[in-house]
Design a protein around this ligand. Structure first.
Ligand SMILES: *Cc1c(COP(=O)(O)O)cnc(C)c1O
Length: 351
């Protein structure tokens, strides 16, 4: 018998998540994964012969202080992606409870649910890219509601009033998870200040985007202590490697936060410039307004645009398989030099 035949049926039939890194290779300018091109160098200092703390106190303290919450409201994990997985593992009974997602949105909620035999309620955003509240409230067996704001890949913020209505409706019934992976690009929109009022609110954060540490794999889940306690029941004993915690603590220092804010300013400047540039291109019919470090563009043929730009060594992402978007490409905002290169290439194209 072949080893591949020993795998579970669902594994054999699985179409794996096509991350940007898996699905595209080559190129010298990477603007396809919403990473941060503006890196900082870090030094490692420790010995690593001992197992780390499950939740390294210095890291938890540093993030709590950065986010303005108390340490018992913070869980750290291997990226926000592991936070998503832990939430489903800890709160959804396979075959019984469901998660609700609002596409077009981040792909990992669905993947994580699938791998844990949890069904998904798909409640598309409205034409105005807001939540369809009646549909969300009517969806069956909801245990977790995932809301991404700023939303990936559209870039827009979900109105705060809608988030509050969702929190009010699901009180005592389900957890409401706000994915704030990009919140540093629109810090005033955070809902962390609602944590005290809503024991069923969960906020996901990451160092992968504004903090420019996607390679580190370090994320955070913020919630009231009973939620954090449930997640800790399911987390691996040593989820965060000691060198990761060391670097994360440096990134969250006062100086690290200042560097992050200055990178954000650079990216926002480049983004607004790129949005105006793209709006003038004859083959771009819509530039989505964005609160994050990426811009979505409607084009006649997304695959052709992605491939023509890739021919010049620049990777951007086709997002046309998402519900309700049509032909669109997503451009992550890179360094000023990278954006200059991209604009030069895009100005020469015609479709
Ligand atoms: C990038 C991203 C994440 C994942 O962050 P990691 O910490 O790198 O796992 C989560 N949610 C959204 C919306 C993202 O775009």
């Amino acid at each position: 018998m072949k080893i591949s035949e020993l795998a579970r049926d669902k594994v054999k039939n699985l179409v794996p998540y096509a991350s940007a890194r898996l699905s595209m290779s080559g190129g010298s300018v990477w603007l396809n994964a919403n990473e941060n091109s503006l890196a900082t160098q870090y030094q490692l200092s420790g010995d690593y012969n001992r197992y780390p703390d499950c939740q390294p106190p210095a890291l938890i303290q540093a993030y709590a202080s950065y986010a303005g919450v108390s340490p018992d409201q913070v869980l750290t994990s291997r990226g926000a992606d592991e936070g998503i997985e832990l939430l489903i593992k800890s709160f959804c009974e396979p075959g019984k409870d469901r998660i609700s997602i609002c596409p077009p949105t981040y792909g990992m909620y669905k993947i994580s649910a699938f791998s844990q035999d949890v069904e998904v309620n798909t409640v598309p955003l409205t034409k105005e890219l807001t939540l369809d509240l009646p549909a969300l409230f009517a969806a069956p067996d909801t245990k977790l509601v995932f809301i991404c704001s700023p939303n990936n890949p559209t870039g827009d913020l979900i109105p705060r009033q809608q988030i509050i209505e969702v929190l009010e409706f699901f009180a005592g019934k389900a957890l409401v998870v706000l994915d704030e992976a990009y919140i540093e690009f629109a810090p005033e929109a955070t809902v962390v200040n609602l944590l005290a009022d809503y024991p069923h609110l969960v906020v996901l954060r990451t160092l992968s985007k504004a903090f420019a540490l996607a390679g580190l794999r370090c994320g955070f889940t913020l919630a009231q202590p009973p939620v954090i306690a449930a997640l800790k029941q399911m987390i691996a004993p040593y989820p965060v490697p000691a060198p990761v915690a060391d670097i994360a603590v440096q990134a969250l220092s006062k100086e690290g936060q200042q560097q992050m804010r200055s990178r954000v300013q650079t990216i926002l400047r480049e983004r607004d410039h790129f949005s105006r540039f793209a709006a003038d291109l004859p083959y771009v019919s819509r530039v989505y307004s964005t609160a994050a470090n990426y811009v979505l563009l409607s084009v006649p043929d997304a695959a052709a645009v992605v491939s023509a730009i890739a021919d010049k060594g620049i990777l951007i992402r086709n997002q046309s398989s998402q519900i309700g978007l049509g032909q669109v490409v997503r451009v992550s905002i890179g360094s000023p030099a990278e954006m200059q290169q991209l604009k030069a290439v895009m100005a020469e194209l015609s479709f």
